[in-house]
Every structure is written in C-alpha cells, then in structure tokens.
Design a protein around this ligand. Structure first.
Ligand code: NAD
Length: 292
C-alpha cells in the first residue's frame, strides 16, 4: 500500500514556519508580506482558488488585497490595473487568476507583470531564470511538488520520470525542474502530451509520474509499474448526487486502483493543491524579504 503524500498536513507545517517568520518581522518592525490577487469574471473554480489563497494569507499573517473585475473589462483597462499594481510599493507580489476571458490575451497580461512582483513565476524573465537555475520565483504548482519530494525524502537522482501534460504552468516547468542538477532533480525526464504515441509504454518504465492532464481517472493501474511514485495534479469535477454541491473533485489518477501498487501517491483533494497555495505564499514571502 502506497504511503500518502499528505499535502494538506505538509502545508500546515510549512505555513506555520511562515507564520513564525512574519511574527519576527512584526517584532523587528519590518514590512509584512502583501499579496494582491486579480480576479476577472465569475468562474466558480477561479473564485474558489482565490478564496483559498486569500484565506491562507490571513492564516499566516500576510496582508492581502483582492481586486475583482467584471468579465467584460477591456484588455486596456486590465493592463491599467497591472500598471497600478506594478507601481504600488505596498504590494510585494500579485497574481492574475487564469483563465482570463477570451477577449483578453493572457500573454499580453503576463508580459506586463513586473517580474519582481510575479509571484506566480509565469513571466518569461522568471521562467528563463528558472531554466538557467538562477534564483527566481518558481511556478507554484511545480515548486509545491518539488517541495513535497524534498520533505518526504523521495529519491529522484537517476530516476525515470514521466510528466503527462505540457502546459506552461505545470508540465513544462515540472520537466525542467526535475531534470536539473539539484538536490531534488537529476531525473531522466520524458515530457508527454496529447500527441505522444504509446504513453503506456513510457509510464510503465517510470519511477515517478506527474499527471497534469485535466481528465478524471486518466492514469489507470495497468499503466504504472509496481512501486512508482505518483503525483496527481489534476482537479476535475465529476457529478455526484450524494454531495450537497452535486459534484466531487477527483484527480487525473485512478487513486483507488493505484494506491495498492504505488510506493507514494498524492490524494485529490489534499495533495498538490494545498502545496500550490503554500508555494505562492513562499514566493510572496521571498518578494517581501528582498525589500527588507
Ligand atoms: P492544460 O489543460 O493546459 O493542458 C493539458 C495537457 O494535457 C496538455 O499539455 C495536453 O497535451 C495534455 N494531454 C491531453 N490529453 C492527453 C493525452 N491523452 N495524453 C497525454 N497528454 C495529454 O493543463 P494544466 O493547466 O497543466 O492543468 C492540468 C490539470 O491540472 C487540470 O485538471 C487543472 O485543473 C489541474 N491543475 C491543478 C493545480 C493544482 O494546484 N493542483 C494547478 C494547476 C492545474
């Protein structure tokens, strides 16, 4: 039976460390970290992610500001919001919750974010630094996964790793981080995607699998080898009449079937999700400390 990689518990532990640091800042009269979040429109998943991020800020003693805009805001008006956030000395870092409405270019918005305040780590300057192994903000989800592998002492050096999904925010940075020559890293990484031929042949050889596809129960037990480490990034809503809200959240991994076969596995919810929020807090703390 696999050991659970309990992102919820680990997040609590790490966030407690942040809280103590903030208390020290208070004692020393130093600036407290301040995160701003921009939410455009009323996508229920985005609203829930943002609520979580703001609540976590409160828990660790960070300041937070939520900026809500209607779905029909123009790109120019949103760029104006970005400009103000870049100029606001009080705010250490900010995020623009994705996805944005179709009429707004996510690339244009991303490029307008001041790299020193880009705590999501999506700006090309920060992604470039990450690729070169320079000090920077690492995108929250891959960073959360690296932290998890580190804190659970999971060996990565020389391991075969298959990342499923090549998004700019998860799969691609994940593949770079795992292949770098670092304490957690030195994997031989295969980055797979929708055009990959015979995915199962690749996953069957993998010591570590990171699934970031966005399809419920995509990775099945026949696709993994005995003792593999399974990291499930997916967050998918499936209908469930027994729940008050009418759905439940499941990952990209068939958890029940994989748990007996894997060595370590992340649950959904309670695995990668909380670690993502914790990494965002880490980046905000880092941005603030740069100013001290
Ligand atoms: P995305 O939706 O941008 O892209 C999905 C990727 O899956 C693409 O690269 C595509 O090539 C690949 N893919 C699709 N079908 C495939 C197939 N049959 N075989 C192999 N690859 C295939 O991905 P994303 O934004 O990285 O999100 C992925 C999932 O992770 C979603 O469920 C999302 O909600 C979730 N997510 C979770 C967190 C978290 O904090 N837990 C953070 C970000 C995203």
């Amino acid at each position: 039976m696999a050991q659970l990689l309990d992102g919820k518990q680990l997040s609590k532990t790490i966030q407690e460390e942040f809280k103590q640091e903030v208390q020290e800042f208070n004692t020393k009269g130093l600036k407290i970290p301040h995160l701003a979040a921009v939410l455009v429109g009323d996508n229920p998943a985005s609203q829930s992610y943002i609520r979580n991020k703001i609540k976590s800020c409160e828990r660790v003693g960070f300041q937070s500001t939520l900026i809500k805009k209607e779905a029909d805001i123009t790109e120019e008006a949103l760029l104006e919001v970005i400009k103000e956030l870049n100029a606001n000395e009080e705010i250490d870092g900010y995020i623009v919750q994705l996805p944005l409405p179709k009429h707004i270019s996510e690339d244009r918005i991303n490029l307008a974010i001041e790299p020193d305040k880009d705590v999501d780590g999506f700006h090309p300057m920060n992604l470039g630094k990450m690729t070169l192994g320079l000090d920077t903000f690492i995108p929250a989800t891959p960073f959360g996964i690296m932290t998890m592998l580190d804190r659970y002492n999971i060996p990565t050096s020389g391991k075969n790793c298959v990342v499923i999904g090549r998004s700019n925010i998860v799969g691609t940075p994940m593949s770079i981080l795992l292949s770098r020559n670092n304490k957690v890293g030195n994997c031989t990484v295969t980055l797979t995607h929708s055009r990959t031929k015979d995915l199962k042949a690749l996953t069957l050889e993998a010591d570590i699998i990171v699934a970031a596809i966005g399809r419920a129960n995509f990775l099945t037990a026949d696709m993994i080898k005995e003792g593999a480490v399974i990291i499930d990034v997916g967050i998918n809503r499936v209908d469930d009449a027994s729940r008050k809200r009418g759905y439940r959240l499941v990952g990209d991994v068939d958890f029940a079937a994989l748990e007996p076969k894997a060595s370590y596995i992340t649950p959904v919810p309670g695995g990668v999700g909380p670690m993502t929020v914790t990494s965002l807090l880490y980046n905000t703390l880092k941005a603030c400390k740069r100013k001290h």
